[in-house]
Every structure is written in structure tokens, then in C-alpha cells.
Design a protein around this ligand. Structure first.
Ligand SMILES: C[S@@+](CC[C@H](N)C(=O)[O-])C[C@H]1O[C@@H](n2cnc3c(N)ncnc32)[C@H](O)[C@@H]1O
Length: 252
């Protein structure tokens, strides 16, 4: 799929999910709160604070709750997602595949929660964000890694059905551009979601707009096979395991 068409598909799915997003985004909320608890330990200098791929403002709102004097600029390419943000907040409609908006200057904190895996070239884009941070500034990102969704991948191996989930970034690739003294903090976390069946599991992705795939739509019989062979827990339910990396880069 060509990048332009892919980008439009991703945007359309997030636009369509915008009104329900906050009800279903449990994992994103969990890691947004984790980011805020890490921010409390940092000595952030004066400057602009921005949230990249902010969606409805879930993370930006959590940050503003903790740092009540700060106003976070929210940047996203989904108009409907941005419309869900507080009316008074500063919002920029912008495709992050085109770098940062030109108006962004003197930034001492950049955050991004569950966004970089949607971008065309996350490694390059993160390098560019870091380059544009002011000195002493922090870039804080959380993203799912390539080790996510082992149950889904195992089921595909067993059934011979193509894995249609995203290929998430490899943490090593994201970090390789940075010197060890620029990597202030990094940690991997496991987060397990549980669903009554795979139909509800896939529905949960649609609910947050994260169902975009470069593969063909699954046929009904393939979904049945996936349901049959997905590893089951005691109650016949299915798990989806995410590996999430939170990374803090500090510019000297
Ligand atoms: C899973 S949501 C996460 C939203 C928010 N950060 C949170 O923690 O709830 C991913 C967001 O990234 C945005 N996004 C994806 N690709 C983008 C791009 N190329 N430029 C700007 N935003 C993008 C989507 O519109 C969506 O709002």
C-alpha cells in the first residue's frame, strides 16, 4: 500500500473513532499516567510543552492536571480527534510525517503516547523531534514494540493465516541514533488485555481507530479459525499481550 493511501486510511479510522476513543482507550490511559509519574521526577526547563499525536488530549490533559500552570500544545492530523480536546487548548492540525509544524520553537518538553508506530519512518522522525528540542529538554515517548501480540502471531503460524497486525518498532532501532548519555530512561512493560473472544478483541481495535492494516480483510472462515486456535485461558477467554517501551531522551 502506498504511503499516501495508508496515511489517509489511518487518519480516516482515527477520525471515525474520535467520539468513542476515551471510553475504550484503557491501555493508552495507563501509559499516559505512567508518563506523568515519570515527568514529576524531571527538572524541566522553561519553554513550550507539546504532545505529538495527541488524539483527544488524553495525555495532555493528564499532564495539565499535574502541572496546573502549563498549557500543552496538542498536535494531530485527525481533525475529529483534535475537536475532542478542551476548547481552550492550543491545537495544531498537522501530519507528523512532514516533520514538526514550523511554529514550534523553544520546546523543553515533547511527549508522544501510542503514536510513533503509525508514522512512516519513526526512527527518522524521532531524530528530527530530538534535534528540535531546546537544550536541556526532554522527549518522552511510549510505543508498542515488535514483541507485542505473541498470541496472535502464534495463531497465525498454527493456521497459516497471514498476520494482519501492525509491525511495531524494534526498540533497538529507535534507540540506535542516540548516545548513551542522551538516553535518560528506558523501560519495557508487559500489558495484557483479556476478551471473551477474538471478535471482541478485534472490535476493541476498531473502537480506538487502531484497526488499519496493510493486509487483505479477513474472511469469515479465517476469523473462525483464528478464534478456534487462539490460546485460551481457563474461562475460554483470549489474551492480547502488548510489550510497551517508555523512553525518555534528554538533550544536553
Ligand atoms: C492511538 S492514538 C493515541 C492518542 C493519544 N496520544 C493518547 O495517548 O490517547 C494515535 C494518534 O496518533 C495520531 N496520528 C497517527 N498518525 C499521525 C500523523 N501522521 N500525524 C499526526 N498524527 C498522527 C492519530 O490521529 C491518533 O490521534
Amino acid at each position: 500500500m502506498k504511503n499516501k493511501f495508508w496515511n489517509e486510511t489511518v487518519k480516516k479510522n482515527f477520525n471515525n473513532a474520535s467520539t468513542n476513543y476515551l471510553v475504550y482507550s484503557n491501555i493508552q490511559r495507563h501509559f499516559a499516567k505512567n508518563i506523568v509519574s515519570l515527568l514529576k521526577e524531571l527538572n524541566i526547563q522553561k519553554g513550550e510543552w507539546i504532545d505529538l499525536g495527541s488524539g483527544t488530549g488524553l495525555l495532555a490533559d493528564e499532564i495539565e492536571k499535574e502541572f496546573s500552570t502549563k498549557k500543552i500544545t496538542r498536535i494531530d492530523f485527525s481533525r475529529n480527534m483534535l475537536l475532542q480536546n478542551k476548547e481552550s487548548s492550543k491545537k495544531i492540525l498537522w501530519d507528523l510525517n512532514n516533520g514538526l509544524p514550523p511554529s514550534i520553537k523553544n520546546c523543553s518538553l515533547m511527549t508522544s503516547n501510542f503514536c510513533i508506530h503509525w508514522l512512516d519512518n519513526p526512527e527518522k522522525i524521532i531524530r528530527d523531534w530530538f534535534r528540535k528540542l531546546s537544550s536541556g529538554g526532554y522527549l518522552v515517548i511510549s510505543y508498542p514494540t515488535i514483541n507485542s501480540f505473541p498470541e496472535w502471531k502464534q495463531t497465525c503460524l498454527k493456521t497459516g493465516i497471514e498476520y494482519s497486525g501492525l509491525t511495531f518498532p524494534l526498540s533497538k532501532d529507535i534507540m540506535k541514533s542516540f548516545k548513551s548519555d542522551e538516553i535518560f530512561f528506558t523501560k519495557k512493560y508487559l500489558y495484557v488485555e483479556n476478551f471473551p473472544d477474538v471478535y471482541k478483541l478485534f472490535r476493541s481495535m476498531v473502537n480506538v481507530g487502531a484497526q488499519s492494516t496493510k493486509c487483505k480483510r479477513k474472511k469469515v472462515y479465517e476469523l473462525k479459525e483464528i478464534q478456534k486456535f487462539w490460546p485460551k485461558g481457563e474461562t475460554n477467554s483470549v489474551n492480547l499481550t502488548w510489550e510497551i517501551t517508555t523512553l525518555i531522551l534528554k538533550k544536553s
